[in-house]
Design a protein around this ligand. Structure first.
Ligand code: NA7
Length: 544
């Protein structure tokens, strides 16, 4: 049994995004000493880093904004149904001001390593400024999409223009995102996920030429954003408590429930009218409130995919370009569906060129631009909208070691193994908010991350009251949870699709392991299980 020493802090929270600042606040409110650490200069997390033109929420603002819904900033008013990044950053800052959270944070600082010290039952933390400290509880709130994935292309260092990842937009001397004037410039965008789909139409408005280097097309559907008028916002504000209760009832905490019918139960004419209505409605409805077998039946999925493909063909003038923009390798909705604004119409502009890099990949970069075969695409700016090493990527970049010095990255070499997606055996007192296998990563993070922070706070308060200072899952509980997560995912059409929530690992023996990083059982089921565990005195955890 470990001895007890007083660590420097009760808890260290990694991350100052929406989840991290709330967790830090809750622990502070409950009388715990807590240090928050974040690499950025200030709060915001994903909304701090993603400052590219066109960046905005793909969730209804009022459904994402937990701090407004919860009454932390009850006066908050949204200006758009799907807020843009500047407004999102103002929102997080307003909440941080109200919670007076910055005094608890060390910004511009990264956690380099976190080693569990068995003798003292503390985590030894080393920061990149050289500081070393101890804490009892280590809580990661690093967000599902914070570790940028920058491809290692040959010759990129030779490129004479400007090249950067979408989440590292160049800044001016004052630290503000640079307003790059694309007029007269030849711009390349690599990547056509949600980020590329937001950037491309904006850059295309002014660039002399825009080359979209596409490896895999995505199923994109209209965002349908609009301004929120004063009266509309008054009504939304009056419904804040109702909205929060409602999103808690849905599988993903987005304000959508699936239609309870199977696709085959609905006559074709009615089905098409249903799809038309969903396609025209703002937001994720076409993905999340369509028929219940969308991600379970290939045949049903194809019916909706064909409908969306038809829309793409209608919206893109050049039939060859349209075909290139229609996914052939994955079912509709098996990856997160990018929400677009004039994305497909952008390809009707004469200055926009779609380059298929699946059939003819970029060989290398040279001083002038990208080289494919014998052709060189002259470029002034290259934007890598190449996504993120999802969910576990930010943890992999920290040297985390548990009992017996075992590295987390080694313990999870065959995929994460967790209990409730919140703890892994062998890594006591380490909580992963919005981490692998919990109901937050595949979710409206604004709400799910906060609910999880509340649950962890309750557990730590319970431990304090019961004089416990050590918690880790039992082997049986972890196995049962992990097996169920993998089995649930395997039943869906998402299982065979590569997305940022699937981790593909090449093993030294040449075999490949594909593992889901998300829990697909749905938020209500997830939270029910968490509440049962809490009610049962944190059953499934070894407390000491
Ligand atoms: P995504 O959705 O992971 O998309 C990344 C895109 O970048 C995708 O089109 C990738 O093609 C492409 N990519 C990645 N690496 C390369 C290389 N090396 N060469 C060419 N193309 C590449 O990330 P996003 O940032 O767009 O969106 C992330 C989430 O943010 C999104 O789901 C929303 O929830 C918000 P691939 O498909 O791998 O062939």
């Amino acid at each position: 049994m470990p001895t007890i020493i007083n660590p420097d802090y009760d808890a260290v929270v990694i991350g100052a995004g929406v989840t991290g600042i709330y967790q830090t606040y809750l622990l502070d409110q409950n009388g715990m000493s807590v240090l928050g650490v974040d690499a950025a200069e200030d709060v915001g997390g994903t909304w701090y880093w993603n400052r590219y033109p066109g960046c905005r929420l793909d969730t209804e603002s009022y459904a994402y904004g937990y701090f407004a819904l919860k009454g932390i900033i009850p006066e908050w008013r949204w200006s758009e149904n799907f807020a843009g990044q500047p407004e999102m950053l103002r929102y997080v800052n307003a909440a941080a001001d109200r919670m007076d959270i910055r005094r608890l944070y060390k910004f511009k600082t990264k956690v380099v390593s976190a080693h569990y010290n068995e003798a003292d039952n503390v985590w030894d933390i080393r920061l990149d400024d050289g500081a070393c400290l101890t804490c009892r509880y280590l809580i990661s709130a690093t967000g599902p999409l914070s570790a940028s994935a920058m491809p290692d292309y040959k010759g990129l260092d030779l490129f004479q223009g400007e090249a950067f990842h979408s989440s590292r937009w160049p800044t001016d001397a004052d630290g503000k995102p640079r307003n790059i004037d694309f007029a007269g410039k030849r711009v390349g965008v690599i990547g056509t996920g949600a980020t590329g789909v937001q950037i491309i139409p904006i850059v295309a408005e002014t660039a002399q030429d825009l080359f979209v280097f596409q490896r895999t097309p995505n199923w994109c559907t209209p965002l349908g954003n609009s301004a929120l008028g004063e009266e509309e916002m008054d009504l939304i504000k009056a419904r804040f408590p109702t909205i929060l209760e409602y999103v808690k009832t849905t599988p993903t905490a987005f304000p959508y429930h699936r239609d309870t019918r199977k696709t085959s139960e609905v006559p074709e004419k009615e089905r098409n009218a249903f799809f038309e209505a969903l396609y025209d409605k703002p937001g994720y409805g076409i993905w999340l409130s369509t028929f219940r077998d969308l991600l379970l039946s290939k045949e049903s999925n194809k019916i909706l995919a064909d409908f969306v493909a038809g829309k793409i063909r209608q919206r893109v003038d050049d039939p060859e370009v349209a075909e290139k923009l229609i996914p052939v390798d994955h079912p509709f909705g098996a990856k997160r569906v990018p929400m677009e604004t004039n994305y497909y119409e952008t390809y009707n502009q004469p200055n926009v060129h779609l380059v298929d890099i699946k059939t003819t990949p970029i060989d290398e970069f040279v001083a002038q631009g990208a080289k494919i075969g014998e052709e060189i695409y002259d470029l002034d700016v290259i934007i890598f909208a190449t996504g993120f090493d999802g969910i576990t990527g930010s943890l992999d970049r920290i040297d985390i070691r548990g009992h017996d010095g075992v590295r987390l990255i080694d313990a999870w070499v065959d995929g994460p193994s967790t209990y409730l997606g919140l703890q892994a055996r062998g890594f006591p007192n380490f909580y992963t908010l919005v981490g692998p296998h919990n109901g937050s990563a595949f979710c409206n993070v604004g709400v799910c991350g906060a609910l999880q922070a509340e649950w962890v706070t309750q557990m730590l308060c319970y431990m304090k009251a019961g004089n416990y200072s050590y918690a880790q899952p039992t082997q049986a509980a972890e196995k049962q949870w992990t097996d169920a997560v993998y089995a649930d995912f395997a039943r869906t059409l998402m299982a065979d699709t590569n997305a940022w929530w699937v981790k593909v690992t090449q093993k030294p023996d040449g075999t490949t392991v594909r593992r889901t990083l998300v829990y697909v059982g749905g938020g209500p089921e997830y939270r029910k299980r968490c509440e049962e565990v809490a009610y049962g005195g944190y059953e499934g955890f070894e407390l000491a």
